[in-house]
Ligand binder design. Structure first.
Ligand code: GDP
Length: 404
């Protein structure tokens, strides 16, 4: 994997979901689609590479302890693990702090579930831009429109549904891409692109129109084009969807069946097209000596990173860092200002699904694991000794709400 990707080509991504909605399966399929794994794992037979514990122990490597990197369409996607269960609300909070965007997975039968609501609110408080993936479209009783209605009514975003499913339940075979007005259909191992099936053409046009109208209402440039041309080009729609995703004014909704490996490629395309890179999000804030400081995602600025997970592995204590600014090289000393300690970065690793690659440096925007840091805890800031700061703490957690 290239390590010199420009910052705009990086997506620090989380997958948020109610337990059982399919987060593990979606993650697994993403790793498969991006060539990070060569065997398709199945959750039910226990072969998924992203299920940690036993497999992780057996193989003696960190498979999905905190973050894995993969590549799609010239972009590097760092997938940051976010626990799905409410018991891990603190961990969700920590991981939300270090990601720049998220896929929220919903079950096409159950729609919005209590935990989907709690992670949604947490993501709101952290200002994390999101796209939605309505999963399990192959299940009996699955219906995209009903799921979207439940998302709108319970979470209150403006849904921007960019696909129309082809077939339903067991017969779900593909989607119409409403931006390009092309169909994508999946067989076991392949995806085929073609014209919109004749039987769906009227419905696809109607939905495309609806999408154009909704986008025009929300986005000035799209509105202008809509008024001038009485339609919006795919390119303008894509640019508008990117802007609306990043401001949170609209929620791009895609659909599929992760289990059947249907819908994952367009989901990755949407991650790259709509979710922000580290330079598209506001600078991170911190303080030192009572003075507020800001750090933009710039490799030339002094180094500052946040510890978001600490793991013990065969290779030693692995400290997962989100680098916010600057560049760190192996062997360099950093400061844990909060603990008033010096730490040394002995090795830097990029963690992939089935291996770790040692790299010489990590720069602003990166998610890496480092070895050599002896005491820094989760939540600690590591920074250049010459430019100390403590990154601001995460927002206060919501009180626990019991949903009947
Ligand atoms: P997680 O708890 O959100 O990580 O959910 P999992 O990925 O473990 O999936 C929960 C269950 O739903 C497993 O039995 C999966 O095989 C199943 N599942 C996941 N995606 C799909 C799907 O697209 N269709 C169907 N029918 N089942 C799915």
């Amino acid at each position: 994997m290239r390590t010199d990707l420009h910052l705009t080509g990086v997506r620090n991504l989380g997958i948020l979901a109610h337990v059982d909605a399919g987060k593990t399966t979606v993650t697994e399929r993403i790793l498969y689609a991006t060539g990070m794994t060569h065997k398709r794992g199945e959750v039910h037979d226990g072969t998924t590479v992203t299920d940690f514990d036993s497999q992780e122990r057996d193989r003696g490597i960190t498979i999905f302890a905190a973050a894995v990197s993969c590549a799609w369409d010239g972009h590097r996607i760092n997938l940051i693990d976010t626990p799905g269960h409410v018991d891990f609300a603190d961990e969700v909070e920590r991981s939300l702090r270090v990601l720049d965007g998220a896929i929220v997975v919903f079950d096409a039968v159950a729609g919005v579930e209590p935990q989907s609501e709690s992670v949604w609110r947490q993501a709101d408080r952290h200002g994390v831009p999101r796209i939605a993936f309505v999963n399990k479209l192959d299940r009996a009783g699955a219906d995209l429109d009903t799921a979207v209605r439940s998302i709108r009514e319970r979470l209150h975003p403006v849904p921007l549904v960019v696909q129309l499913p082809i077939g339903a339940e067991d017969g779900f075979v593909g989607v119409v891409d409403l931006l390009r007005m092309r169909s994508l259909t999946w067989t076991d191992e392949t995806v085929e692109e073609g014209p919109v099936p004749g039987a769906l053409l009227d419905e696809a046009r109607r939905r495309r129109r609806l999408l154009e109208e909704t986008i025009a209402e929300l986005h000035p440039a799209a509105l202008e084009e809509f008024c001038d041309e009485s339609s919006i080009s795919a390119a303008t729609m894509a640019a508008a969807l990117r802007d609306l995703t990043r401001t949170g004014e609209g929620l791009v909704v895609l659909a599929g069946s992760a289990y059947r490996n249907r819908g994952v490629e367009p989901l990755l395309d949407a991650v790259v097209a709509y979710l922000p890179s580290p330079v598209d999000v506001p600078p991170v804030r911190g303080t030192y000596d009572g003075v507020d400081r800001e750090r933009a995602a710039d490799p030339e600025l002094p180094f500052a990173a946040l510890v978001f997970k600490v793991d013990s592995a065969a290779t030693g204590r692995m400290t997962y860092l989100r680098v916010y600014s600057g560049t760190i090289r192996k062997g360099q000393e950093v400061r844990d200002v909060g603990a008033r300690r010096a730490e040394r970065i002995a090795r830097i690793l990029r963690v992939q699904a089935d291996r770790q690659t040692e790299i010489d440096k990590a720069t602003a925007g990166d998610i890496v694991a480092v070895i050599g840091v002896k005491a820094a805890r989760v939540g600690a800031t590591l920074c250049a000794p010459s430019a100390p700061l403590v990154l601001e703490p995460p927002p206060v957690a919501d009180p626990v709400v019991t949903v009947a």
